[in-house]
Design a protein around this ligand. Structure first.
Ligand code: DP6
Length: 361
C-alpha cells in the first residue's frame, strides 16, 4: 500500500458534524531487533521486530464534538490537565489533517492513563500514540465506513501511530510484529507494521517480560535526539545492515523455537543499541551500574541453571527479562534472591506477550 491509500481528501463531514466518544486500550511493546535511526518522515533505517506486551498499557478516551474555532485539543493525563501533552497532540493532529481532513471540523477532550507508574522510566509513546491512532481510525470508520476491512483498519492505525512515534507502529497488533522493509517478509513496509504471529512457535507466544526498574529518573536523552545522532554515527551503515539481517534471522528463530539462538540475537541487539549511543557524537551512556550488575547476574544464572533467560534494553537503564513461561518460578526466585539490590523503589513490572489493543467504547 502506498501513501495515497492513507490520505483520503473525502474524509470530511459534508452535513452534520457529529459528537461522540471512543476508548481504546493499547499496549507497549519491546523490540527484539531495534529501531534506532530514522529518515523523514518517521521512516526507519532498518526493520525492527517486537513482542507486544500485555499489562503495560495506555487507555485513552477521545471525546469529539463540532469545533467552535477550528481544531482544538484539551488533554487530561491521569486525571490532570496536561498542557505539554495538549500542545503535542494538537500539533500531531494538525500534521495529519491530510490523512483525516475531518480533524479540522472537531474539537477534542482526551483522557489518557497508563497502567504503569509515570515515574517508572518506561517509554509510553508506543502505547500512547497507538491508542490515539486507533481512536482516530475508529472515528473515521464509525462515520465514513471506510475501514471496515480489518487489515485496512489496523494498517492505517499503524501508519498513523508511526507518524506519532516510530515504535508505536508495532503496538497496534498482538504477538510478534515487524515494521520496516525486508525482502524476507511479503507485504511488509516502512510505512506500517504487520503481524507475523502466525509464524511463531508457541513457546514464544507466552514468553514473559519482567521489566526491572533500575532507575526511575526521566530520560536524559530523548529518542528523537538519539535517532538523529545516528545520522553522523560512524558505525551507522554497518548497524543498519546488521539489523536488517537480524530481523530476518529472528523471524526464523521465532518460527523454529530455538531459544539459544534467540538469546544471541536479542542480547546482541540490546548491547549494540547502547553501543550506538556510546559511539555517537556527542556520546552518552544510559546504562547505570545496576544495569550492568543485573546483566552479569543473568550470565551467571544462565551458566548455573541452563535456563534460557535473557535480557534486552530499550533507550534507558531498565532491564527487560525475557523467558519462557515454564521457567517463571525459577526466574522469580532469581529476581528476589539476587537482583533486588539493583532495583529502584518501583521494583519490577511483570508482563508477558499480549494479544494487542482493544476497543472499550
Ligand atoms: C530504543 O519509537 O521512541 O525503543 O520514533 O522518535 O518516537 P520516535 O522513537 P521511539 O524509538 C524507540 C527506540 C527503541 C527501540 C525500538 O523500540 O525499536
Amino acid at each position: 500500500m502506498q501513501h495515497s491509500f492513507f490520505e483520503n481528501p473525502e474524509l470530511y463531514f459534508k452535513n452534520d458534524i457529529p459528537t461522540g466518544k471512543i476508548v481504546w486500550k493499547s499496549p507497549s511493546n519491546i523490540a527484539l531487533v531495534k529501531y534506532w535511526g530514522k529518515r523523514p518522515v518517521q521512516l526507519p533505517m532498518n526493520p525492527s521486530v517486537s513482542f507486544t506486551l500485555n499489562n503495560s498499557v495506555t487507555e485513552t478516551a477521545v471525546e469529539y464534538s463540532p469545533a467552535k474555532k477550528g481544531l482544538n485539543v484539551t488533554f487530561y493525563f491521569e486525571g490532570k490537565r496536561n498542557v505539554s501533552f495538549e500542545e503535542k497532540t494538537k500539533k500531531f493532529f494538525e500534521n495529519i489533517t491530510n490523512i483525516f481532513p475531518f480533524l479540522n471540523q472537531l474539537e477534542f477532550t482526551i483522557h489518557s492513563k497508563n497502567s504503569f507508574p509515570h515515574s517508572a522510566g518506561i517509554a509510553s509513546s508506543a502505547s500512547g500514540m497507538s491508542a490515539l491512532a486507533l481512536a482516530l481510525c475508529s472515528i473515521e470508520n464509525d462515520h465514513f465506513g471506510t475501514l471496515n476491512n480489518e487489515n485496512d483498519f489496523f494498517r492505517k492505525a499503524s501508519y498513523v501511530a508511526r507518524l506519532g512515534s516510530g515504535s508505536a507502529a508495532r503496538s497496534v497488533y498482538g504477538g510478534v510484529v515487524i515494521w520496516g522493509e525486508t525482502s524476507a517478509v511479503p507485504g511488509n513496509s516502512d510505512l506500517y507494521g504487520i503481524p507475523v504471529t502466525g509464524n511463531v512457535h508457541k513457546d514464544f507466544l507466552n514468553y514473559h517480560d519482567t521489566i526491572l526498574l533500575v532507575d526511575s529518573g526521566q530520560k536524559k536523552v530523548s529518542s528523537r535526539v538519539g535517532h538523529s545522532l545516528m545520522e553522523n554515527n560512524p558505525y551507522a551503515k554497518t548497524r543498519f545492515k546488521q539489523a536488517s539481517e537480524n530481523s530476518v534471522k529472528i523471524l526464523d528463530i521465532l518460527k523454529s523455537g530455538d531459544k539459544e539462538d534467540f538469546i544471541k540475537i536479542v542480547e546482541s541487539e540490546a548491547l549494540t543499541l547502547h553501543a550506538m549511543m556510546m559511539t555517537s557524537n556527542p556520546y552518552y551512556l544510559l546504562m547505570k551500574p545496576g544495569t550492568l550488575n543485573i546483566i552479569e547476574n543473568i550470565f551467571e544464572f544462565r551458566n548455573e541453571t541452563g535456563i534460557p533467560l535473557c535480557f534486552t534494553l530499550d533507550a534507558g537503564p531498565n532491564v527487560h527479562l525475557l523467558y519462557p513461561d515454564e521457567n517463571s518460578e525459577s526466574v522469580n526466585n532469581f529476581i528476589n534472591d539476587r537482583l533486588k539490590p539493583y532495583l529502584s523503589q518501583n521494583g519490577f513490572i511483570k508482563d508477558n506477550v499480549g494479544n494487542g489493543p482493544e476497543r472499550l467504547i
